[in-house]
Ligand binder design. Structure first.
Ligand code: C2E
Ligand code: CA
Ligand code: CA
Ligand code: CA
Length: 277
């Protein structure tokens, strides 16, 4: 009997059980949340060097029925590993398009593009291109105002197919930005072949820009790369005026971060842009 007990303690790992439990709970919660309209999109403003509003990044937010806020850093990985990113990503894309249409006659927000984060699973789906085109057509969204943010990791698999899909959407006028740039492994050869419009400097490099010479060197390199490939370069996670000025000094022309504006619900963003200028 003693041996039995010991065996049990061997196989019972409370931390692992809790992890499985929370993943299973999250999975069920996401499913439920999608059916019950618990997700919403917030929008974080992006500015050029003259402090003109140039874009908005859509970031998903989840408040459960019990009022608990779950961060995307927690539920997006679960949505990705369970396949729920497909219905969730579909909802996000359609919601962003509908918002673009709602803002199409807004005095400050009409003509401002919206970036939507796309997970690898979504892009590698067979029907991805058709899904994006359908979202654009069903809502009557101007494709030129939709930008899709892809991460480098997504480009290491199925490169030819990915390029083909991007090209099809690019032809419709959709723009592409490469998110978290500098953290992945994208080969410069691929980079040149992709129909990209923008590189987004990862916030990790912005954070230590003033103190870490390596990060400063990376920022300079990305800006130079952007110039030679004719891509715009935006820095994310800009929290201080000093960071913004250093980035400007390195030739970076676009900025996103708490210094300039937090992600906001549409109604708050509308108030925010009224107070700009
Ligand atoms: P990301 O795409 O790199 O998004 C940037 C994250 O940095 C966001 O966190 C944003 O709120 C945060 N951020 C913005 N400015 C600052 C700043 O000045 N300082 C700091 N420290 N952080 C800043 P969030 O919204 O929690 O999203 C985390 C990640 O979850 C995103 O990283 C993205 O990978 C994923 N995610 C968020 N929304 C979506 C979505 O709609 N679809 C998909 N597929 N992924 C999403
Ligand atoms: Ca992003
Ligand atoms: Ca990012
Ligand atoms: Ca660093």
């Amino acid at each position: 009997a003693k041996l039995d007990g010991r065996n049990k303690t061997c196989f019972y790992d409370p931390a692992m059980q809790a992890e499985l439990h929370s993943r299973a709970k999250l999975e069920a919660g996401i499913r439920h949340g999608l059916e019950n309209g618990e997700f919403e999109l917030h929008y974080q403003p992006q500015f050029d060097a003259q402090h003109r509003l140039v874009g908005l990044e859509a970031l998903v937010r989840w408040t459960t029925a019990s009022g608990e806020r779950v961060s995307p850093g927690e539920f997006i990985p679960v949505a990705e590993s369970t396949g729920l990113i497909r219905p969730l990503g579909h909802w996000i894309l359609n919601e962003a398009c509908q918002q673009l249409v709602r803002w199409s006659s807004h005095p400050q927000l009409s003509g401002i593009r919206v970036s939507v984060n796309i997970s690898a699973h979504q892009l590698h789906e067979k029907a991805f291109v058709a899904e994006v085109i359908e979202a654009l057509e069903q809502t009557g969204t101007n494709p030129a105002l939709l930008e899709l943010e892809l991460t480098e990791s997504l480009l290491v698999r199925n490169v030819e197919q990915t390029i083909e899909k991007m090209a099809q959407l690019c032809e419709k006028g959709v723009r592409f930005s490469l998110d978290d740039f500098g953290t992945g492994y994208s080969s410069l050869t691929y980079l040149k072949r992709l129909p990209l419009n923008q590189l987004k400097i990862d916030q990790g490099f912005v954070q230590d820009l003033l103190t870490d010479p390596n990060d400063a060197a990376i920022v300079r390199t990305v800006v130079a790369l952007g110039e030679s490939l004719d891509l715009s370069v935006i820095a994310e996670g800009v929290e201080t005026q000093e960071q913004r000025e250093a980035l400007l000094g390195y030739g970076c022309q676009q900025f996103q971060g708490y210094l300039l504006g937090r992600p906001m619900a549409p109604v708050d963003l509308e108030a925010f842009v009224t107070n700009l200028s």
